[in-house]
Design a protein around this ligand. Sequence first.
Ligand SMILES: [Zn+2]
Length: 155
Amino acid sequence: MRTQRQIVDYSLQRRAVLRDVRNGRIGTLEVCDASPYLKNAATYHGEPTDERCPVCRRDNLTLVHFIYGDELKQSAGQARKLAELPMLAMTLREFQVFVVEVCRSCAWNHLIERFVLGRDGLAADEMLHTDVMVSSGGAISHRTGKASHNGEARR
Ligand SMILES: [Zn+2]
């Protein structure tokens, strides 16, 4: 999407959680806790994927896009279909999108990405993009540390 900016990727955190689940350090009940609201959002607004659930392997993951921001008023916090986002991005100046993956079979769920959309990104498009990629990438590797590199290499 053209106005997409300030992208923060959570795949390292996700892999760390999944590793702990496999090691038995975290119980599956703790991570497979999608609320009825989240499951409904996955059913009615979710984007199907070809990726199997990493926990139960019974079902493919569904991506749900939640939108946040002052301009959204009462719609803030709601799920939106991916196809609705470009239109919102042309109507509003700025809003946050949180992408959550959900397994509708075992209720596994995890935040995988967040980013900003909206008209404000049009003018300073190029400049912002390079800037943000560098700073957010640094923040993430700093927080998750060295351990996550193993997961990276396997994939
Ligand atoms: Zn599952």
